[in-house]
Design a protein around this ligand. Sequence first.
Ligand code: NDP
Length: 333
Amino acid sequence: ASQNKKLGIALVGLGGYSTHQLAPALQETKNCYLAGIVTGTPSKAETWKAKYNIPDKNIYNYQNFDQIAENKDIDIVYVVLPNAMHAEYTIRAAKAGKHVICEKPMATSVEDAQRMLEACRQNKVQLAIGYRLHYDPFHQRVMELGQKQVFGKVKSIRAHNGFTMGGPGSWRLDRERSGGGPLMDMGIYCVQGACYTLGKAPVAVTAKFGEVTRPELFSEVEQSISWRMEFEDGVIAECNSSYAEREDFLEGKAEKGWWRLGPSFGYEGKQGETSQGRMNYPNIFEQAWQMDGQAESFRNNNSSIVPGEMGLRDVRILMAIYESARSGGKRVP
Ligand code: NDP
């Protein structure tokens, strides 16, 4: 029976993603449910408590968060904070003996990502990253087309992901909290897309920052960045990410065919096409599938299909891309 117990999730950080995606998704999940919240904003605690029927004993703030260790209702802590805070809260959750789901990017430095993995190992808890697209049928098909060489060997990949930043004030523009600009936030989907198309990580990267046309917003982080990843056998992925332009696609060219997803990386409205015709898949509530999949693997004490090690791999790639953009040279992640 305990195999079928729904695991209790506590969301840490009740911002846009928790409010509009994760909490609604947790109303549909079968293997987990919204058991608790961690917030620095008392008014949100009141609203969420009423809306989702959360008992007072399952509501924490950033100061008393560590007491979650004693709370039997909470099995999983889901860290949905600004990027630079992921490491601290993942490590505190691990020390409290809770499994952790951490949002992307896992961390803002390789050292932080390594410390997070180490804390989870030492405390014998699982760590998964919020890479929802691994649970999406369009992206699963791309993995199959690329990795199983359905159209022969993959020759090249292109991926762009960006949106237009409204005004100032977002932590995303503040290096201290974001760790970087669109690359950290949106470009990571291009890195992921290329890696799961091939089932491999790149062996080298080169990168270039784009022009700054809105200096009032982009004084601390890049406005846009383009980069190239080289894989074994000479396969190249050309990528771009921007906070000044809406763009959203993932393409692959193979010896005997091609595919393209676009819109590709957002929550809804995905479309896909291959050299053989339109892809027909339902648009699913992927955050629900993701959390159900992760809860299921935690329940069986297995690592998830998007483990912390994958998060670390990607942080290494992101940091190599930034180093190359700063120095101009080729970098090995
Ligand atoms: P928001 O700015 O909307 O929310 C962040 C929340 O973090 C705040 O509302 C606040 O919640 C809490 N917080 C605590 N300390 C700070 C601080 N110093 N500055 C700002 N916020 C603070 O961000 P998002 O929800 O959009 O993003 C959160 C994380 O989720 C990021 O890592 C992002 O990359 C990731 N994300 C992932 C997506 C995906 O598709 N996988 C989509 C969107 C985001 P409170 O008031 O409760 O304390």
